[in-house]
Ligand binder design. Structure first.
Ligand SMILES: [Zn+2]
Length: 303
């Protein structure tokens, strides 16, 4: 049985500096994180943006993995060039090919330690389920959003995003670094169990399925007119019900959540999303029954 090579990517967004710091320490001290024998490629996603502590130089690297960008030679944004480069080296058919991608981010939102999976690829769901059952991590299942596409991990046969916050952009924070390290360690520990056939997969997995994103109230010229209501700020993963406060304007008027069904907000007030006109994303909490096909799909990476 072969063991998949894992690409661990940090600094896909150049102003999220905690994971790159951890990665540098790990490169200096390979014992820092026990990979249980898995070979890893430790890669800074967007090194040029990291140097200047900006999310990106020309365009968001984590939206640059769309085939229509990758295949279009006229697109010469730094991030699209970098996406092509990462795939040429570490992609499933690259010179140093990896089969599994772990992309580590931080957020200004109070997401805690959480996982993001894109779509319902069985192997992604399998590994997310293992991490949830071990660490109790919430899972954001991002799918069906035409305006947000081209995520990095989708270019590998299996991939998840670890998203940890809150932490300001450009700020090193020991707790965030420790949480990142712990999550990576458990990830390799669980992968090792998959490899040895001793992994205990849960019967059910709770996911938060993306429904839609909502913008701040804005004036005609695009300026933000109301802020996240203080009762909602920092309440990621906590359901919001009809009539509860959502936004607050300076004159004291309150915009309430106006929907019959309760939904669960995530990425509330993420600093990087203001440019995308996203004040928060709304999700629906659902229970998925674990399918053997998920397990088989993950195991197939080891063949
Ligand atoms: Zn990020």
């Amino acid at each position: 049985m072969s063991v998949p090579q894992v690409i661990v990517i940090a600094g896909t967004h150049g102003n999220e500096i905690n994971a790159p710091w951890l990665l540098e320490q790990w490169i200096k001290d390979p014992e820092l994180i026990n990979t249980h024998g898995f070979r890893t490629s430790k890669v800074i996603g967007n090194p040029e943006a990291l140097k200047v502590c900006k999310r990106y130089l020309h365009s968001d690297l984590n939206r640059s993995f769309r085939l229509k960008y990758l295949d279009d030679i006229y697109i010469q944004d730094y991030e699209v060039i970098r996406a092509r480069e990462l795939l040429a080296i570490y992609g499933p058919n690259g010179s140093n090919s990896c089969q599994l991608a772990i992309d580590i981010h931080s957020t200004t939102s109070a997401m805690g330690t959480s996982l993001v999976v894109y779509g319902r690829r069985p192997s992604d769901l399998a590994i997310a389920s293992l991490l949830q059952s071990k660490l109790g991590l919430p899972i954001y299942l991002h799918e069906g959003d035409e305006t947000q596409q081209g995520f990095l991990v989708e270019s590998w046969p299996c991939g998840i995003v670890i998203e940890i916050g809150p932490v300001p952009q450009g700020l090193l924070h020991a707790n965030i670094i420790n949480q990142t390290r712990l999550t990576l360690e458990i990830c390799f520990e669980e992968l090792a169990k998959v490899s040895s056939g001793s992994a205990q997969f849960p019967k059910t997995t709770v996911i938060h399925r993306h429904i839609r994103s909502i913008d701040f109230p804005r004036s005609k010229d695009g300026k933000i007119e109301a802020l996240i209501h203080p009762h909602r700020q920092g309440k990621d993963w906590i359901p919001i019900n009809n009539g509860e406060p959502l936004f607050l304007s300076l004159d004291g008027s309150v915009v309430t959540f106006d929907e019959d069904k309760s939904l669960v907000p995530v990425f509330i007030n993420e600093a990087a999303y203001s440019e995308k006109k996203i004040a928060m994303s709304l999700t629906q909490r659902e229970v998925l029954y674990f399918s053997d096909s998920w397990k088989e799909s993950l195991k197939n990476l080891f063949i």
